[in-house]
Design a protein. Structure first.
Length: 337
């Protein structure tokens, strides 16, 4: 009898231990690491490793990746890596998922050639079904939208088209939990991002209370506080941690919307908030505020110089030692016990 009671007690303790071992939250990160290729400078690799370690993330969405082999310089066997890994695309998107989280499936959406206007090159939206240790599933999307290069007005329609397509995809799966992680190349309240928030391809610019939002943009409070994720390195002076905020950043983006202008000559405030996290409304009650990580490791170092050769391949003329020109954005989502 005592032996049986002892076995029951041991089993109960084992079950309790496995329950308590479950993580209480999932940390999601989006991070553009600027033309990151194989054989990157050791100083740069180490700085990015330090950033990733400090973030203590479970899921990291990455942009501007040459290949999965390039990412293996940063992520060890504790991580699972997924991406399209196209040999002729130097600015691919990818996702890194830390065990015990796992990827059930992953693949790129919108790959048809006729959709290249919305998704230039082959950096289409990467979708990954991420499974938490508890069994909860998240549809995670990694984005790198068309840049403003060539003029904001000229390229607006490409970002708007892309977000219209993604919003339709998400709207067709209303019962799932969606998390969008990406370099939008637009700010909160710009039309492309509002299309994704509202699900309405005719969404106007500006702040609106959507009657039935498709997604909640966790970066809006950062935008209102002049938060920036791109270009802060220009103001870095060696601090261990910077406040990722530049006075007037939001106002400048709003001022230049729908205007023709020269960059950077006509721009008063260059740092800007491009990197954002949007989530399904059903996750809002469990999500903390989004934060920008502006550590010394994320900011110090020198820029590189990358050019395209005659075949369109990236040639790294000068290898960067700075982690990136972008900063990572992260959010915690509580997991049910």
């Amino acid at each position: 009898m005592l032996r049986r009671l002892g076995l029951v007690l041991l089993l109960a303790l084992a079950i309790a231990g496995s329950v308590f071992a479950q993580p209480s939250r999932a940390r999601f990160v989006t991070y553009n690491i600027e033309w990151f290729g194989a054989e990157a400078a050791p100083e740069r690799v180490q700085r990015i490793k330090n950033v990733v370690k400090s973030l203590d993330a479970d899921v990291v969405a990455l942009q501007e990746i040459q290949s999965l082999d390039a990412l293996r310089q940063i992520f060890d066997d504790e991580w699972t890596l997924h991406g399209q890994d196209e040999p002729d695309e130097d600015q691919d998107v990818a996702i890194a998922v830390r065990k015990p989280f796992r990827v059930e499936s992953a693949g790129n959406l919108f790959r048809a050639p006729e959709l290249d206007e919305a998704f230039p090159g082959k950096r289409d939206v990467l979708q990954a079904i991420v499974v938490a240790p508890s069994g909860e599933k998240f549809r995670v999307y990694v984005l790198h939208n068309k840049s403003r290069s060539g003029g904001r007005i000229k390229t607006d329609r490409q970002r708007e088209m892309a977000m219209g397509m993604l919003s339709a995809w998400i709207a067709g799966r209303p019962d799932d939990s969606h998390i969008v992680l990406g370099d939008m190349n637009d700010c909160p309240d710009d039309v492309s991002v509002n299309i994704l928030e509202s699900g309405n391809v005719r969404a106007p610019a500006g702040r609106h209370q959507w009657e039935k939002p498709l997604l909640v943009n966790l970066a809006e409070p950062l935008y209102d506080a002049d938060g920036v994720t791109h270009g802060l390195y220009k103001l870095f002076k060696g601090e261990a941690m910077m406040e990722a905020r530049v006075s007037g950043a939001k106002e400048e983006n709003e001022r230049l919307r729908d205007k023709e202008y020269r960059f950077p000559a006509d721009v008063k405030v260059e740092p800007i908030l491009f990197d954002q996290i949007l989530i399904s409304p059903n996750l809002s009650a469990r999500a903390g505020p989004a934060s920008i990580f502006a550590s010394k490791d994320a900011l110090e170092g020198e820029a590189g110089r990358t050019e395209k050769d005659a075949a369109g391949k990236a040639v790294y003329r000068i290898k960067a030692t700075r982690a990136s020109d972008h900063l990572p954005v992260f959010v915690d989502i509580d997991l049910p016990r």
